[in-house]
Design a protein around this ligand. Structure first.
Ligand code: SF4
Length: 278
């Protein structure tokens, strides 16, 4: 008997193909990161370095993850249809680039909504799973907040598209299609551009720190030097003891969650220790 399920899943395993060739000095907002008092927030330098180096994927995106990403794409497209029907869709998938000295950010925003002369950037994200839902939609004890990676991305959009004063960051639950919106703006405070979420300043999220991280990454790429690991692809005994004592129990995780989804994890693990922080 033919296993049609496996045939589809196997074909999805190859869906994204390999890494596409990259243009030197050009980065995407989804690759943003920043240093913060609680540690690094956002994407790992080393993983982006591998993509510039054309490194073969050692841990390709699974069929399941591909389904999830494509479901998110469909949700985004539906939102465009709804906005169009409501008569507020001024533009969708708007692309542009901005140079910041030695680096360039190439951005594509999901949509522009307009009504009565007021225009905003709209960024649509689909989410699911307990942790993402409690973070974004909030719990009885803690109000919801945008995901850090999305906030970093939106900061760049607001600087690159300064004609729009704010961004409507919309989350849609993939399970029951509940929505949660945040209004994000950029505000100058003491010469630094900080994000605000629903009017509240976010001291850990500044445009300048994001750009500093991109410049540091660019210097590694230009020098062809592998950056240190920003996360831990495997926990040491000490890491596990620390995590277990923090969680007051036994952690099921063996690495930082970003490494769990990293398409270069096995390659990263094979590198000489001298390169890594961990
Ligand atoms: S496995 Fe983790 S540390 Fe290594 S490149 Fe990927 S995200 Fe970075």
């Amino acid at each position: 008997m033919i296993d049609f399920t496996s045939i589809i899943t196997d074909s999805l395993n190859d869906y994204w193909g390999g890494i596409k060739a990259r243009e030197l000095g050009v980065f995407w907002p989804s690759e943003a990161s920043t240093s913060a008092p609680q540690g690094l927030i956002g994407k790992c330098h080393r993983a982006i370095f591998y993509s510039f180096a054309g490194t073969a994927l050692t841990n390709p995106i699974s069929g399941k993850a591909t389904r999830k990403m494509l479901a998110g794409k469909s949700i985004e497209q539906n939102e465009h249809l709804f906005a169009e029907r409501a008569g507020i869709l001024a533009a969708k998938n708007v692309k542009t680039r901005k140079n910041f000295g030695d680096i360039t950010i190439s951005a594509e925003i999901d949509a522009i909504y307009a009504r009565d002369g007021h225009q905003v950037i709209a960024e649509i994200k689909s989410i699911g799973g307990y942790f993402a839902m409690s973070e974004v939609f909030g719990t009885a004890k803690k109000p919801g907040h945008p995901k850090s990676d999305n906030l970093l991305q939106v900061i760049l959009y607001l600087d690159i598209f300064p004609q729009y004063q704010s961004c409507l960051l919309r989350y849609i639950d993939r399970t029951d299609c509940e929505t949660k919106d945040f209004t994000v703006t950029l505000r100058k405070v003491g010469g630094i551009s900080l994000a605000t979420v629903d009017g509240e300043i976010q001291p850990d999220f500044s445009l300048e720190r994001i750009l500093d991280r991109f410049r540091l990454l660019n210097s590694y790429i230009l020098a062809n030097t592998l950056p240190p690991r920003d996360y831990r692809p495997i926990y040491s005994v000490t890491d596990l003891a620390e995590i277990n004592s923090k969680l007051k129990g036994k952690s099921k995780r063996l690495c930082d969650w970003r490494c769990n989804y990293c398409v270069f994890r096995d390659r990263c693990l094979k590198e000489e220790k001298v390169y890594g922080n961990h």
